[in-house]
Structures are given as structure tokens and as C-alpha cells.
Design a protein around this ligand. Structure first.
Ligand code: AHR
Length: 603
């Protein structure tokens, strides 16, 4: 039996409960959300040479690439030099980029290209998007180059209406004459969400919007800290023109283009109408370096400058830099997180680091709530960030952890959590664990003010993923939601503003529920999760509910191993139907392996 008394409010539901978190992991930005199509646009060299680039030397052409000794800026001081020797017969010479496991090309679409070049004798450049399958040219543009020092070139090329959407394509840039050309920052952008220059993939933005998130925790995760101090997310090197961003190696073993810099993170928030939860680097990096004492001061100053960049107006030093970067209006901000997972700092320096960061931030910005990444004893954070990566059973074991926790201490931010079964994206068993955990977080959301699943994204190509169980998978062309993604969509879009009294008896150990009410809409959101292999019969006593029709959203799979994939994106999706509610004594069974959300009108 499950009894819900809709007239007895128990606790306020945090309006910001559900949000987003990811970082540069699994090609989440480069090769993911950030729409850039060219991989390794800044020509970082590995032992294999310039990864993702090849030389084109067709016909009688003689062409080779070498390291260019100069670059267009102090941030990009080197380049790739292409030497094309004079040739007797007809030839074609240039460079080709294979993208992030292909390049998505769609019909009637305009692609915006750009590059920096220092040319001697090569004449015009010809840029083309070419099918790997047929060799057909899908779009092209001619770009006149003049000899001389570094110059930026821009162009657009458009596909015809008859081009079929596909990802087996690459970019070629060839040159008219023999000569030498040094190239840097070779970029190609497709249409982006809201047509933002240097913007994001529309499909992934739309999928996030459907989750009805309230915040984005940025920029990480481990990505904030870096393996070493030098490899931290040094926000000052991620703003301004792309040519002034040196790029950096992230902790997930690949170079970040930093096209997704601090301002782009904030604009991502703006486009989704959500707020940033700003994590500031706090003097600890993953390989164990930690900074204390006087040495911490520049890092504290960096954090203060960063807050000013986000929130300051044009009269402030860093607010003015943001205005100059193209965003005159300050961004809203309520929460600042100091570090990430500092429980791993075995030196024990977080007490000091949190104390010093919080003192400085609070004295300049008393209005913001400060988040500690692990409990601290000598200072009082407003919020503590708890992380959970568990199996479904693991989540069932902690379903009641927060029910009895002290409400007088700091609030809780579950800044990273996920049920970890399935790869590359979670399976249905994970979605059941997630849904059960979300019922627990909703029940406790007077204490848990925010929660964000992590990681959010993975590129599903072999080589694209460093961490399995990511909410959304994609390749260059397509994207799909895991069953866990759809569980989040359902929970996020039926949140309610307060919990009401509810009680169950005689239910199986893998059954959980949440009962919240939306006061204005007069609706009870009843969430029922049956993570067992047998149907759960229920007698529902729903006090205050209207009899009659209610909307039922059901997410179900035949087995816990069932899942969605890039080839079968729609295997498991919510099904919407109507049910007839008989409030006092409603007999209904929740099928095995099923998540249900029922929106029941109130009297
Ligand atoms: O989400 C993946 C990683 O898990 C994050 O970078 C880190 O904070 C956590 O350990």
C-alpha cells in the first residue's frame, strides 16, 4: 500500500535541484558539444606527427609538412609548414583533416572556415568538404592568399539541397602554385545553436534543454585541477580571441583546444537560461601538488579576478575584459565551489586552502554561497559537495542516507553522481538505480540544494571515451539519450515545489517513490520506481487527488541490460498515456523494471 496525503507538506523542494556537469572528458567539448569540425586545429605534434592531418600530393605533386618556426601569436608561436615543390605535370597539393572521427555534413548548410597563413608563392587556397565514400566535393570555396606575414583568412561554403546527411567526410585545403605556406588555427564551424559564432552543436543543446536543468557546474571535475598546476584550467588562457589561447593538455590525456573557454561556458548557460556554479582552482592538482602559505595568493587572486570576469560591470578590471570579449552584461551567479574532490589531497592542505579562499571571497563577495568539496572543520562552508559513482545496489543501500541528516549544517550539493552499469552509456539497470536515487534526493531536497549527474557526454567512437556510463552519446553526426538520460528528463520536467507526506508498506526492497506537488498547477507528481524483476502491485490511497484522467509517463525495458545506442537510439524511451485515477483505493501494478511518473490533478 502507498498512501500520499497531498495536504500535508513536508519539505520545500529545491527549485535548483537538477543541473548539469561535465568537463573536457570523452571528447565532450572538442569532438562533442563545441561545434568545431577540425581536430588538432592548432597543430600540436605527437610522436606520430600532426595527428588528424595528412599531406595531399596527387598527380606529380611533391609536398611535405614540417614544423613551422613561427606562428600568428605568442600563444601559438609555432605552425605547420607545407612545402610544395615545382612539378612538371598536373598535380594537386595541400593538407587534409579527418575531423573528430569524421565530419558531419548536412544539406543546404553554410560552413564557416578560417585559418591563419604566412604564404610564399602558393597563390589561392581551395577549401573543400569531400565525401570519404564517393570522393565527391560537397562544398567548396576559393580563398586568395597574398605573400607576406601572418594573416587571418575567412570564408564560407555551402552544401546543396541534394547533399545527404553523413559523417564520412573530410576537409581538404589545397594550393594553386608551388611554394611554402605556414598554417595555424585551421577551423571549420557548422551552423551552431542560436547561430553563436564559436558556438555549440544544436542537437546536444536541445537534449540538455529537455532535461530542464537549472545550473551548469563548470569547468570540472578533474579538468579544473589538471594533472599538474601548469595543466589546471587556467581560465585567463581560455578567454579572448582563439589565436590568443595557447590550448592545454587536460587530465584525460588529450589536448584541449580551449575553444570552450570561460566565456563560452557562460554563454552555454545563457543559451539554456541556467546559472553557472563556478568552480575555482584552489591550489591542488591531481598528481599531488598542493599549494599553501604565501604561494596560494596568486591563485586566490585568480579566483577573485574570475568572479569579477563573470559578474563585474564595465567599471571593473575583469568585467571590462569580458565586455571587450563581447559580453557587456554580467552573468548571474549564486554559488562558487572551491576546488574539486579535495578529499584526495593527502597532504591535508584543504583546511587551509578552503579557509583562505573563503575568507578572501567572502570579504569581497559576501553575497555568494561557497561550496566545499569535502567537509572542513575550521571554516563553515554554505554547501558541501558529495560525489557518488555506484552500482544500482549501491544506490539502494544509501537511499535513506540523507533522511536523518542534520538540517542545521551546510546544505548538500551532489555535484557528481551516476549509477555505473553499461558502456559507453548506462543501461536500463543504471536508469533504475538513478531513478531510485532521484526519489531519495527529491525527498531530501530541503537539504540537497543541487545535484548533477556526471559525466554528461561521450563521443562513442573507439578512442573517444575515457570514462563509461555517460548520459548522452554521440558521433560527429548523431546523438542519443541513454535510458538514464530519459529518467532525468522525466524527473527534471516533473519536479514540484514541495514534498508531501507519503508512506508505503509491503513493497519490495527495490521499490522507491517520490511524491511532490506543484502548487500553482495543482498537480501531484507521483514517481514510482520498480527496480525488481517482478511486478509491484499497489493499492494507492491518494488523499486530495481528483478522480479521473491523469498523464502517465512510463520508462520500461524487458531487462536491466537493455539499452540505447548510436545505432538504436530509440530502443528505450518514455511512453506517454492516460490512466484513470480512483484516489481512495486505486489498484494498479507497476511492471517489473519500470519507472513511472504520474501527474495527478488535485482537488
Ligand atoms: O566525472 C568524472 C570524474 O570523476 C571527475 O572528473 C572527478 O571529479 C571524479 O572523480
Amino acid at each position: 500500500k502507498l498512501t500520499v496525503d497531498t495536504s500535508t507538506a513536508v519539505a520545500t523542494v529545491s527549485p535548483t535541484l537538477y543541473g548539469l556537469m561535465t568537463e573536457e572528458i570523452n571528447y565532450s567539448y572538442d569532438g562533442g558539444l563545441y561545434a568545431e569540425m577540425v581536430q588538432n586545429r592548432s597543430f600540436k605534434r605527437s610522436w606520430q606527427g600532426y595527428e588528424s592531418w595528412t599531406v595531399i600530393a596527387r598527380g606529380t605533386a611533391q609536398a611535405k609538412i614540417e614544423r613551422g618556426a613561427t606562428g600568428p601569436s605568442s600563444a601559438l608561436p609555432k605552425s605547420m609548414m607545407l612545402k610544395i615543390d615545382p612539378s612538371a605535370g598536373p598535380y594537386e597539393a595541400g593538407i587534409a583533416n579527418s575531423g573528430y572521427w569524421g565530419m558531419a555534413v548536412r544539406p543546404s548548410s553554410t560552413y564557416s572556415g578560417s585559418f591563419y597563413a604566412m604564404a610564399t608563392g602558393v597563390g589561392s587556397a581551395r577549401a573543400r568538404l569531400i565525401s570519404d565514400v564517393t570522393g565527391a566535393t560537397l562544398a567548396e570555396a576559393m580563398i586568395p592568399l597574398s605573400d607576406g606575414d601572418w594573416q587571418k583568412h575567412t570564408y564560407t561554403m555551402k552544401t546543396s539541397a541534394s547533399v545527404k546527411p553523413g559523417k564520412e567526410n573530410h576537409l581538404e585545403i589545397t594550393f594553386e602554385h608551388p611554394g611554402t605556406v605556414c598554417l595555424q588555427l585551421v577551423s571549420l564551424m557548422p551552423p551552431t545553436f542560436h547561430d553563436r559564432p564559436n558556438g555549440n552543436r544544436p542537437d546536444l543543446m536541445e537534449m540538455m534543454a529537455a532535461m530542464k536543468p537549472h545550473f551548469l557546474r563548470l569547468p570540472g571535475g578533474n579538468y579544473l585541477e589538471g594533472d599538474t598546476i601548469r595543466e589546471r584550467f587556467n581560465w585567463k588562457e581560455t578567454i579572448g580571441p582563439l589565436v590568443d589561447r595557447p590550448t592545454h593538455r587536460g587530465p584525460w590525456n588529450y589536448q584541449s583546444s580551449d575553444g570552450m573557454g570561460l566565456l563560452e561556458f557562460l554563454e552555454w548557460c545563457e543559451d539554456l537560461k541556467i546559472e553557472p556554479v563556478l568552480a575555482v582552482y584552489a591550489g591542488y592538482s591531481l598528481h599531488g601538488e598542493s599549494v599553501v602559505g604565501k604561494e596560494l595568493e596568486p591563485f586566490i587572486q585568480d579566483a577573485l579576478d574570475e568572479i569579477e570576469y563573470v559578474t563585474g560591470d564595465a567599471s571593473t578590471k575583469w568585467g571590462a575584459v569580458r565586455v571587450q570579449d563581447g559580453h557587456p552584461v554580467p552573468f548571474p551567479l549564486h554559488y562558487i565551489e572551491i576546488g574539486n574532490e579535495d578529499t584526495f589531497d593527502k597532504s591535508g592542505s584543504y583546511e587551509e586552502r578552503f579557509a583562505r579562499f573563503s575568507k578572501s571571497i567572502r570579504s569581497k563577495y559576501p553575497q555568494y554561497k561557497l561550496i566545499a568539496t569535502t567537509p572542513v572543520k575550521e571554516s563553515v562552508p554554505d554547501v558541501v559537495d558529495d560525489h557518488y559513482y555506484l552500482t544500482p545496489d549501491g544506490f539502494f543501500e544509501i537511499l535513506h542516507k540523507y533522511d536523518t541528516m542534520d538540517r542545521k549544517g551546510p546544505k548538500i550539493f551532489v555535484g557528481e553522481w551516476a549509477t555505473r552499469t553499461g558502456t559507453p552509456t548506462p543501461d536500463f539497470g543504471a536508469a533504475l538505480g538513478d531513478a531510485a536515487w532521484m526519489t531519495s534526493m527529491e525527498r531530501n531536497s530541503d537539504l540537497i540544494v543541487m545535484a548533477s549527474y556526471a559525466p554528461l557526454f561521450t563521443n562513442v567512437n573507439p578512442g573517444g571515451m575515457q570514462w563509461s556510463t555517460d548520459l548522452i552519446g554521440y558521433d560527429a553526426l548523431r546523438a542519443y539519450g541513454s535510458p538514464s538520460y530519459y529518467a532525468q528528463v522525466l524527473f527534471g520536467s516533473h519536479l514540484g515545489d514541495h514534498t508531501v507526506k507519503s508512506d508505503a508498506s509491503g513493497v519490495n526492497a527495490r521499490f522507491s517513490w517520490s511524491a511532490t506537488v506543484s502548487t500553482e498547477d495543482r498537480v501531484l507528481h507521483l514517481k514510482l520506481v520498480n527496480a525488481s524483476d517482478a511486478a509491484q502491485p499497489l493499492v494507492l490511497d491518494l488523499r486530495g487527488a481528483k478522480s479521473g484522467s491523469a498523464a502517465l509517463y512510463s520508462l520500461h525495458a524487458a531487462t536491466r541490460w537493455a539499452t540505447n545506442s548510436i545505432e538504436h537510439p530509440d530502443a528505450i524511451k518514455p511512453i506517454v498515456s492516460k490512466v484513470s485515477v480512483t484516489p481512495g483505493n486505486w489498484n494498479r501494478a507497476v511492471a517489473a523494471n519500470t519507472i513511472e511518473v504520474i501527474d495527478i490533478p488535485l482537488q
